[in-house]
Design a protein around this ligand. Sequence first.
Ligand code: COA
Length: 259
Amino acid sequence: MYTTLLTQLENGVLTVTINRPDKMNALNKDVIAELGQVVDEIYNNAEIKTALFTGAGEKAFVAGADISEFTTLDKDGGMELARRGADLVFNRIENCSKPIVAAINGFALGGGCELAMSCHFRTASENAKFGQPEVNLGLIPGYGGTQRLTKLIGKGKAMELILTADMIGAEEAKSLGLVNHVFPIADLVTKTKDILLKIQTKAPIAVGHSIALVNDASNCHPDGLAHEIERFGACFATEDTKEGVSAFLNKRKAAFQGK
Ligand code: COA
């Protein structure tokens, strides 16, 4: 039914595996569209009680938005890409009344880290790596990263990670509160499912109210997500973004001019 996702429903837990391992499970248009469909399923199928998102293989959860789709984008196209992701996937995951957890099995970079952060909480394997490397491309996070990372780990650390594009490992991510548990990779999905199965023994309506209220307590600035989309789009009108994207695709170092 899906071409970029694998899904399995077992004991009320829907496991969604993003399945483009040769491209580090990067989020291209098809993945975003299918994630939107799977989120519809989670909302509408009463047999699904909770959901778990993970990535295929042992290397990557999701290494970001698919950079090869950035070459033709202008300002409006950039804004449209970001807004479509927010509307179809990221904001709907965050606001779902059924618990959705990310089990991060490798690189969670850019849009991958943002996908994980839109989930209600996160677990990781010992080899997981996190980062918002968009400035390497002359870009900024566009799927909510500037807002959700700041909420999750605080201003100073979020600022440093976003400005340096540095990656951090699973233990540091745990110490910052970005992930709740670190498991050996072989146990990641099972141990994460165990948490979801525990939640499934609780009253679903109370669980749904709890998600909404914890979200209320930690909601982003009302304009923050909208401003991020505008500024993400604005980057595509710069020479630096063209240079950064071309440098990545041609496997060379970018030379930015500030233009
Ligand atoms: N978009 C498109 N393609 C991607 C990708 C992305 N975000 N991330 C990885 N890929 C592709 C690579 O281009 C490569 O494709 P190829 O085999 O056709 O050349 C393949 O996935 C494997 O990646 P590679 O870079 O060879 O693996 P690596 O182990 O050397 O490095 C990463 C892994 C994740 C560190 C590196 O791929 C990377 O930096 N990716 C981009 C991360 C990023 O900037 N994300 C934010 C996007 S806004």
